[in-house]
Design a protein around this ligand. Structure first.
Ligand code: UDP
Ligand code: MG
Length: 326
């Protein structure tokens, strides 16, 4: 049977673009249904992220016009990542697969066909990846590329050039619901859930109308969150630096003593040098060690699942006294 798809679309102050893109999403959904790729009960779920304009009224009127449109509204603006999460969690018990996509028409909706095909081929997560960044300025391209490299160096498994356009099966979402952290960076968290995944490539266009809600400050906050929510490597760097400085300080102490014994120094210089070197090194090292514990506490407070079982050779609900000889 064809899977039931929910397209999850976060919207914040999008009254300019929603009337343009909503019919496009609907046409895509209907094409997929008519092509037998997805089931009749598939829906488009808008998540109003506490918009201050008429976005919610538009969503409500869309829902009245066509049963394929659904909407939920957050009590206030919580940001893009939270809006996507709200939509995915709302959808997870009602469908087999979800696709999250922005409402501004930047992501190519035609990539959905291939995403669904990849799901049918056995992949539980399908990442939409930009094939080129022609529409971006050199500055945005350069910063984005450097950022992905930095993320990878920090041990965060984010897919290169993938934003939040992706297919996730409801099975993966059921497991993802056990990730209770509040600092969200979905593109780095979803890979933590595991399960077979793949990528489809698409070209990203300009916004069809309205303005971007990701000014530089919000982008920097998200970028910083990406690292600090998923990695404690920065703390480890302090520990490493502390070790190096401690070693260097011992060399410095020996050098200062030798200089003093050779009589090349003013009185008091060597003892002062020794103190500065020793304290500098040990303070950094101590900070690093405390940081390790803070980092561990941080990871523990997230209470992430310690394991996720993807398959069993037996039925999970099999009675305990099950015996093969009967
Ligand atoms: N968005 C949201 N809450 C916010 C900011 C943005 O739900 O606080 C939505 C927005 O409506 C859009 C998507 O997130 O569907 C991406 O935002 P935008 O297009 O402004 O970002 P850009 O593509 O410029 O990075
Ligand atoms: Mg956009």
């Amino acid at each position: 049977m064809a899977p039931c798809l929910y397209i999850v679309i976060p919207c914040y102050n999008e009254e300019a673009v929603l009337p343009v893109t909503a019919p496009m999403f609907l046409e895509k959904l209907k094409n997929l249904i008519n092509g037998g790729k997805i089931g009749d009960s598939s829906r488009i779920l808008f998540v109003n992220d506490g918009s201050k304009d008429s976005t919610w009224e538009i969503i409500r009127s869309l829902a009245r016009q066509d049963e394929h449109f659904l909407g939920i509204s957050q009590s206030r603006n919580r940001g893009h990542q939270n809006a996507v999460l709200a939509g995915l969690m709302e959808a997870k018990d009602r469908c087999d697969i979800t696709i999250s996509i922005d409402c501004d028409g930047q992501d190519d909706i035609n990539a959905m066909d291939e995403m669904v095909e990849q799901y049918e081929a056995g992949f539980e997560i399908v990442y939409g990846v930009r094939s080129k960044r022609d529409s971006d300025t050199f500055f945005k391209r350069f910063t984005a590329e450097s950022y992905y490299k930095l993320l990878n160096n920090m041990g965060v498994e984010a897919v290169y050039n993938h934003a939040d356009y992706r297919l996730i099966s409801s099975r993966v979402l059921q497991e993802f619901a056990d990730f209770h952290e509040v600092n969200l960076f979905l593109r780095g968290m979803i890979p933590l859930v595991g399960f077979p995944s793949t990528c489809v490539y698409y070209e990203r266009h300009e916004r069809l109308a309205g303005e971007s809600h990701y000014p530089l400050t919000k982008m920097l906050t998200l970028a910083f969150d990406g690292i600090t929510s998923l990695s404690i490597k920065p703390i480890r760097l302090i520990t490493g630096f502390g070790i190096i400085v401690t070693i260097l300080s011992f060399v410095g102490i020996i050098w200062a003593v030798v200089r003093a014994l050779a009589g090349h120094t003013f009185s008091g210089w060597a003892s002062l040098m020794c103190m500065v070197c020793f304290l500098g090194g040990t303070v950094l090292l101590a900070l690093g060690i405390i940081g390790e514990y803070v980092g561990k506490t941080y990871i523990e407070t997230k209470a992430r699942p310690r394991y996720i079982i993807s398959e069993r050779t037996y039925d999970k609900d099999m009675p305990q006294n099950y015996s093969r000889e009967k």
